[in-house]
Design a binder for this molecule. Structure first.
Ligand SMILES: [Zn+2]
Length: 151
């Protein structure tokens, strides 16, 4: 039997496959509708799907594998944005690196810019801890799918 929804009342109907392509009548509301012909899945389409799925899978695994490394880099080297480069968040990584480096270069002459690397270091530390405490799924969703740049 084919399972389909009545287009009029949304009732779930079972229709014999012999009616595919023919007009049928809903047993609940009496509305008439065309029974869709089930699409035979071509072997090529199934193969493409399977390889898509594999690509998705290995992309997921590769990304999740970086969770620990990114967390540790964030905690130890946070101010240099290494953990962001690891996750492909290059813009945010560059910002952290630039703020930290400019602070290191200008810092010795002025007290204020020293706060730059310190603040970036704290941000990195917090982000590292967030990475480590996230679930693998949450980590993948947040930083690979949504590409969240900060925290
Ligand atoms: Zn109906």
């Amino acid at each position: 039997m084919l399972q389909l929804n009545c287009p009029h009342c949304q009732a779930i109907l079972s229709v014999p496959p012999s009616q595919a392509g023919a007009i049928s009548e809903c047993s609940r509301c009496g509305g008439k509708f065309l029974v869709p012909v089930p699409m035979a899945r071509s072997p090529e389409a199934s193969a493409a799907d399977a390889s898509n799925h594999r690509a998705m899978d290995s992309e997921y695994r590769d990304f999740v594998d970086k969770k620990l490394a990114a967390g540790i880099c964030g905690i130890l080297l946070g101010g240099f944005g290494v953990h962001k480069f690891l996750l492909g968040l290059n813009n945010a990584g560059l910002i952290m690196l630039a703020v930290s480096l400019s602070g290191l270069v200008v810092g010795p002459c002025l007290i204020l810019p020293l706060f730059g690397p310190a603040i970036m270091g704290v941000i990195g530390l917090i982000e590292g801890i967030i990475y480590l405490t996230k679930s693998q799924d949450g980590f993948y969703q947040t930083y690979s799918v949504e590409k969240k740049e900060w925290f």
